[in-house]
Design a protein around this ligand. Structure first.
Ligand code: FRU
Length: 504
């Protein structure tokens, strides 16, 4: 008998009325983003299977239909011509088979022989505590039809030496061979990566463990979501280890995302680490996935959330969103992250101003769906910054401090607090000279803040009151500021035939 809890229910088991109710409950929530990918209802987590294939961007994400907890995971699917305007497609993977009995977990896409191979983990619960995993495949053909591979699973069960926590295949091609890196947990409860190799993408051989050389840091009990890309001759490995201890202002989230730049050698199964750091400085950020865009650029999406916390949208029956797509570059062995240039396709009205200020300048603003680009000339100032989602009752505070050379994002002055047990601010070191550049993407309940061309980036969710839409620039001494603000348009297209999308 298959182990089963009430949350182990696929969308196929929903009645029409139940679906209509789920849609109704979540429909009119003002906190829904308009250009960040989010679920109509239910819970979204990791981005999956990202690819530019046959003239379209395809994006899948982890999705549980029946509420805001982590239940039976499906792969939801969206499609776009230009990376910013998305339509919702039919649910791509519904875990109906024994080899994926407790969820179609995260994975990646690779084009092989003009088809898009979608690799994922079939999660298996043996009982309430114990689990196993199978590595599986679904194939999207040239017409966009997705079918599970007839001989699934590709890899059955767990290799010796590891616990049931083996998942999240990252598949790529190198030197005429296919490789799969999986996140894993050793039986001694430490995190690791294991590697498989294949000549056709279907038959896989276990190679062994990937050694991260020169890494003098212990990295927790399980490594999730291995993410790998070669960028201009450098290898970038991003991953989501669980169980890193906080170090001063770093690694303060429950789980954190880290990256290593260096050289991957698949002959010796080593990754020679040249630099290593936390990937993002914000609160709500996890499970990244990179892929190559139309023009060969490296793009990244991440889950703007993490863990199993309660969020204020739970009462409306939906949870979480993805980040806006980011373009990733490497400069002097550091990662830079900026919003994809396609952002400009969403721009509507532009407003701009340049002036000098001391104290607080109010920018009256009517919505929380905008792009804000600010340049601050800070020769004489020490403390300065920007307040977002401002009303008499609350604001989000971005503050630069020259004497300590830090930037802080503080959400303690927001009305709706959430996940506050992990601290209400995040801080990063920043070389603050005479000029600071800030780009902010605000989208109802998410803000992404890019500082100095993506050297420091903060992602945060926020759940402001309807009236908290103003912006302020502040400074302790005279400072010259310049800003331009664009209203942004709806990027996630609503479909008339919503029910059809969820029930096939
Ligand atoms: C990361 C993760 C993955 C797993 C998926 C399940 O957030 O835990 O390791 O595949 O989510 O939804």
């Amino acid at each position: 008998m298959r182990y089963k809890e009430p949350k182990h229910r696929t969308i196929l088991e929903a009645t029409k009325e139940e679906l209509a109710q789920l849609l109704e409950k979540s429909k009119n929530d003002n906190w829904k983003p308009i250009y960040h990918i989010h679920p109509e209802f239910g819970l979204l987590n990791d981005p999956n299977g990202l690819a530019y294939f046959n003239g379209y961007y395809h994006l899948f994400h982890q999705w549980y239909p029946y509420g805001t907890t982590h239940g039976m995971k499906h792969w939801a699917h969206l499609k776009s011509k230009n990376l910013v305007e998305w339509t919702r497609e039919k649910v791509a993977l519904i875990p109906t088979e024994d080899y994926e009995a407790h969820g179609a977990y995260s994975g990646t896409a690779l084009e092989i022989n003009h088809q898009l191979y979608l690799y994922y983990t079939g999660n298996i619960k043996l009982d309430k505590i114990n689990r196993s995993a199978n590595q599986c495949l679904a194939i999207m053909n040239g017409e966009g039809k997705i079918e599970k591979y007839a001989f699934n699973p590709l890899i059955k069960g767990i290799p010796e030496g590891y616990t049931g926590h083996v998942r999240d295949p990252k598949v790529f091609k190198k030197n005429d061979s296919y490789y799969m890196i999986l996140g894993a947990q050793r039986v001694n409860e430490t995190g690791a990566f294991i590697v498989y190799q294949s000549s056709n993408g279907l038959d896989w051989n276990f190679l062994g463990e990937l050694t991260l050389k020169n890494l003098n840091q212990s990295l927790g009990y399980m490594w999730e979501c291995p993410d790998y890309m070669e960028i201009n001759g450098k290898d970038l490995l991003i991953f989501s280890p669980q169980g890193i201890e906080p170090q001063n202002e770093k690694y303060k989230n429950l789980f954190n995302v880290t990256y290593a730049i260096g050289m991957l050698d698949l002959e010796t199964l080593t990754f020679e680490v040249e630099s290593f750091d936390e990937f993002e400085s914000g609160f709500d950020f996890y499970a990244t996935q990179m892929f190559k865009g139309k023009d060969g650029q490296t793009l990244l999406f991440a889950w703007a959330g993490l863990g199993e916390f309660e969020y204020p949208t739970d009462e409306f029956g939906w949870a979480h969103c993805l980040t806006f797509p980011r373009e990733i570059t490497i400069k002097e062995n550091k990662v830079l992250q900026m919003p994809a240039k396609e952002l400009s396709l969403l721009r509507l009205d532009r407003e701009s101003k340049s002036d000098r200020c001391q104290g607080v300048v109010l920018i009256e603003n009517k919505t929380n769906t905008y792009e804000l680009n600010v340049t601050l000339e800070t020769n004489n100032t020490n403390l300065f910054g920007i307040h977002l989602a401002v009303s008499d009752e609350e604001h989000l505070n971005l503050e630069f401090n020259k004497s300590s050379q830090t930037v802080t994002l503080d959400r303690s002055k927001l009305k709706h607090q959430f996940v506050e047990e992990f601290g209400v601010y995040r801080q990063s070191q920043l070389t603050i000279g005479d000029k600071v550049e800030v780009k902010i993407l605000m989208d109802n309940s998410i803000a992404e803040i890019f500082i100095n061309q993506g050297e420091v980036v903060f992602t945060t969710r926020l759940f402001p009151l309807k009236t908290s839409t103003n912006i302020e620039i502040f400074s302790d001494q005279f400072m010259t500021y310049q800003y331009e603000k664009y209203d942004l348009k709806q990027g996630i297209v609503k479909r008339e035939d919503d029910l059809e999308v969820f029930n096939r």
